[in-house]
Ligand binder design. Structure first.
Ligand SMILES: *[C@@H]1O[C@H](CO)[C@@H](O)[C@H](O)[C@H]1NC(C)=O
Ligand SMILES: *[C@@H]1O[C@H](CO)[C@@H](O)[C@H](O)[C@H]1NC(C)=O
Ligand SMILES: *[C@@H]1O[C@H](CO)[C@@H](O)[C@H](O)[C@H]1NC(C)=O
Ligand SMILES: *[C@@H]1O[C@H](CO)[C@@H](O)[C@H](O)[C@H]1NC(C)=O
Ligand SMILES: *[C@@H]1O[C@H](CO)[C@@H](O)[C@H](O)[C@H]1NC(C)=O
Ligand SMILES: *[C@H]1O[C@@H](CO)[C@H](O)[C@@H](O)[C@@H]1NC(C)=O
Length: 587
């Protein structure tokens, strides 16, 4: 096939398609929501309640979200839309495009499940740009009512169309069917392909055998015929099914991104998996042994549920792609709703957003990733307030006034003069997740060094608020910095089923300068935070009842005995973006 003819240029720009599976996995929610959507179909868009609608996070015009990709200077996002209500087979890939990952334009749907090889669902996948700059999407097709899965491909119908509106599913699909050693219902989410030294393509497919999560490796010379390798690229017992694997190199030299086929010695590799069993994303840093086609995590990089997470909050099925336009790697993820009663989605009329796209690179320590919101986001900054050298003695709060606190970007650096007052770290906590330690300590218990931080989406008298804060503990040999984004008091709504976790992670930071920085992106029902320059990230979805629009407040607080200084605080109101407007001449 001419389309796949290889040439010497092995440039493989990446694109990727997010996981349809994400949406499908929430079966109760989706059926309920689709039913209701169906019922509401005759109502106009007025029925889409706007209280918690985000202003600058990607959001479908209505309904459930899905999948992004990048090609030829234009970013694409596909998302799920079911015009016929509760019938799975009717799900189509709606399609939006952007030049800056911030403002989006809505196009006609791109992919309809229609053929034998995807009739019961077109689930997640990725895209690869083949030589000659030709994109190809690999995606998981569901072939029967029992969720049996195969891997398919689709190609653009017209490469001259800058928006790639139409996609074709050639009739030599499916490309990969599982062999008998693979559970057909756990065989999905092909990665972007990379090319080895031998000139053969490789992809990973997420799976599980017994309790062992697997990244099954396939190789191909021509992108059409794929052979399963003898061994998976990597596997870990006890982690259950792996979804949306993502495998990419990171530079040991600088924060620039690398193409997935990059070859050189100055790199480490990252393997990220989404664990179905916990519904969180995890990654390890390690080495890719090219001759053996094996990935080995570094021995200090914990593999499994106790390992590193790109985000310690509501953040799933993240994937990254290399963006050649700015020579960076960008990670995206899906952030689901936390108001779990179907009734909530009915009232809102939409569900699911994307986290802000983040530039991702290797920390100089080589032990973890660092993430930071893409710089394009800063174009949305409007009114600014700033202050510096403000003392926060124990129990004090200072309000950040003069910006729209419901939709804001805040960067703050806290400092303190001594570590002496740090409370001891209870050895019993060593076996707990950070989230559980946050549940014990919280922002209201008086501490030594901390808790201090921001009270976001707060009502005037703190009847409801989401604190994002640090507490420093003294462990046996070192200090431990806990970062929390605690949704437990985020809303006054009494709803047993409401998901309000005390999300938290530790921050591996050197306290020699006695400083800790925090950036929070606040967007009506999202608080997305970056601790210590992006070493620890936490995203919470929250649904205030009082702290909405102009009634939302933002405070900095300290509940520790050690006085904290706000060295600098810069906060901006954030503009809303063009979210899924129709195509116009301005694009
Ligand atoms: C392909 O797209 C280009 C650019 O939009 C358009 O001019 C051309 O007519 C399209 N070709 C077909 C066959 O649709
Ligand atoms: C395959 O996975 C399904 C769940 O998706 C499970 O019920 C079944 O037991 C598994 N089959 C085997 C052979 O492990
Ligand atoms: C794999 O994990 C399962 C459950 O987590 C455990 O029962 C089993 O013993 C483990 N197998 C090996 C080989 O470690
Ligand atoms: C971890 O790996 C490093 C580098 O390969 C090695 O020097 C060290 O001994 C290893 N540590 C353990 C505990 O295996
Ligand atoms: C600080 O602690 C006091 C006393 O427990 C509590 O009332 C207040 O809400 C706390 N501040 C924050 C931001 O949690
Ligand atoms: C998001 O929603 C909450 C509440 O229903 C669930 O507890 C989470 O598991 C879910 N997250 C994902 C990734 O599905």
């Amino acid at each position: 096939m001419d389309f796949f003819k290889k040439n010497s240029s092995t440039l493989a720009l990446e694109i990727y398609i997010f996981s349809l599976f994400l949406i499908l996995s929430n079966i109760n929610g989706i059926f309920a929501s689709h039913n209701v959507f169906f019922d509401l179909q005759s109502l106009s868009a007025v029925s889409v309640k706007n209280i918690h609608r985000t202003g600058f996070h990607f959001q479908p015009p209505k309904h459930w979200i899905n999948a992004p990709m990048y090609y030829n200077g234009i970013y694409h996002l596909f998302y799920q839309h079911n015009p016929k209500g509760a019938v799975w087979g009717n799900i189509v890939w709606a399609h939006s495009v952007s030049r800056d990952l911030i403002n989006w334009i809505h196009l006609e749907p791109a992919i309809y499940p229609s053929e034998k090889f995807d009739r019961y669902g077109a689930w997640s996948g990725s895209a690869t740009i083949l030589p000659n700059n030709k994109p190809v999407i690999l995606y998981t097709g569901v072939v029967d009512a029992h969720d049996a899965q195969v891997q398919n491909y689709a190609i653009p119908a017209n490469l001259s169309d800058p928006f790639l509106r139409k996609w074709i599913k050639p009739n030599n699909n499916p490309l990969i069917v599982p062999d008998p050693s693979i559970n057909r219902t756990k065989f999905r989410d092909p990665t972007t392909a990379w090319m080895g030294r031998d000139g053969h393509w490789r992809i990973l497919i997420g799976s599980v055998r017994k309790h062992r999560g697997l990244a099954i490796l396939y190789r191909s010379r021509d992108f059409m015929r794929w052979m399963k390798a003898k061994h998976p690229l990597h596997s870990t017992n006890g982690t259950e099914n792996w979804e949306c694997p993502d495998f990419f190199p990171v530079s040991l030299r600088n924060s620039n991104g690398l193409d997935v086929s990059y070859r050189g010695k100055d790199v480490k590799y990252v393997l990220k998996n989404s664990l179905d069993v916990t519904r969180f994303d995890y990654y390890t840093i390690g080495m890719y042994h090219i001759t053996r086609d094996r990935y080995i995590p570094d021995n200090n990089s914990i593999d499994g549920c106790k390992g590193l997470r790109p985000d310690y909050g509501n953040f799933y099925a993240s994937k990254s792609f290399y963006d050649p336009r700015k020579n960076r790697r960008i990670m995206w993820a899906w952030t689901n709703e936390s108001d779990v009663l179907p009734d909530d989605e009915i009232k809102k009329g939409w569900a699911g957003i994307q986290a802000i796209p983040r530039k991702v690179w290797l920390d100089p320590s080589g032990k973890q990733l660092v993430q930071w919101p893409i710089e394009e986001l800063e174009t949305l900054r409007k009114q600014k307030v700033e202050f510096s050298n403000k003392k926060l003695p124990r129990g004090e709060m200072v309000e950040v006034e003069g910006i729209s606190a419901a939709q804001a970007d805040i960067e703050v650096t806290f400092s303190f003069s001594s570590l002496d007052k740090a409370e001891p770290f209870d050895p019993k906590w060593a076996d707990l997740y950070a989230q559980d330690v946050c549940a014990i300590k919280g922002s209201t218990s008086q501490g030594g060094l901390g808790p201090f931080g921001l009270a976001t989406l707060a009502s005037k008298k703190l009847e409801e608020y989401t604190p994002v804060f640090f507490t420093v503990f003294k462990a046996q040999k070192n200090y431990k910095v806990l970062m929390c984004s605690d949704a437990r008091r985020s809303t006054l709504r009494h709803n047993e089923a409401m998901y309000k976790p005390s999300f938290a992670g530790y921050v591996d930071v050197d306290l020699v300068h006695k400083k800790l920085s925090l950036r929070s992106l606040i967007d009506n029902s999202v608080v997305e935070s970056f601790g210590a320059g992006g070493k620890t990230c936490i995203t919470s979805r929250v649904y205030p009842t009082l702290a909405i629009h102009e009634n939302a407040h933002l405070f900095a607080f300290n509940n520790g005995t050690e006085t904290i200084t706000i060295e600098t605080l810069n906060a901006w109101s954030m503009d809303s973006t063009k979210m899924n407007s129709e195509i116009d001449s301005g694009f």
